[in-house]
Design a protein around this ligand. Sequence first.
Ligand code: FES
Length: 272
Amino acid sequence: EPHLKKGTDPGGVRHGTRAAIGAAHLRTDRWWVQPAATAAGLLAFVVYSTWRAFADSDYYEAPYVSPFYSPCLAENCAPMRDGPNWEIFGSWWGLSPALLILVFPLGFRLTCYYYRKAYYRGFWASPPACAVAEPHATYTGETRFPLVLQNLHRYFFYAAVPVAGILTYDTVLTFRDEHYAWGHAGLGTLVFLVNIVLIWAYTFSCHSCRHIVGGKLKHFSKHPVRYRMWRWVGWLNGRHMLLAWASLVSVALADFYVYLIASGAFDDPRLF
Ligand code: FES
């Protein structure tokens, strides 16, 4: 900028081309409540899921397997006598088997458009809220490493779909009793059912899913089926934030429920 001496431009919203407003922001409401609450909620989940993922115990009690540990891909999931249990990692894997599978749902959520907004605001203050200047001097968006990797979101969506399919299978398996006899259900069955509905609703409400279903078309009139699907996905997509939180809570609750019964703290009440 010709009016600024080289090296004196403070950058960011103080850049020479931006309006010269002295105040940090002009908002008078408690704009910090939402990012602070978001950061607290996400932090709580990170702490809980880290504890459970590394715990490597109390994740299976027939007929329930924790969603954090399914499918089980290493030999050290021996306590799990049924369910998706493919030991493709063999015996050399000595860490918690949850770590092998959580990469996919966590990658899906970490690169999710909503969670990006949430943690950029909550943890990085970039920006902290609408019309509140960010404290950083420079802004490169998601154009450079590592944030350019956020573009992988679509591929995490492809990975999240089979994982949700496996959790659906696990939910079907909960219609048995502890002796593997079919036609039964416990309170845990309800917990699993609510969770899987929310997981699918969150997955289908994904922006990448919406693009895959309805994108790259010139004329919806020539693609009535995709148009109808796009309308459904769009309806869910409008509730993406809500579904992101609801499914985050439900998946943690489903895991915690399994923890309670596997650790002996609680007996699964049988419904029928
Ligand atoms: Fe949130 Fe894809 S945009 S899951």
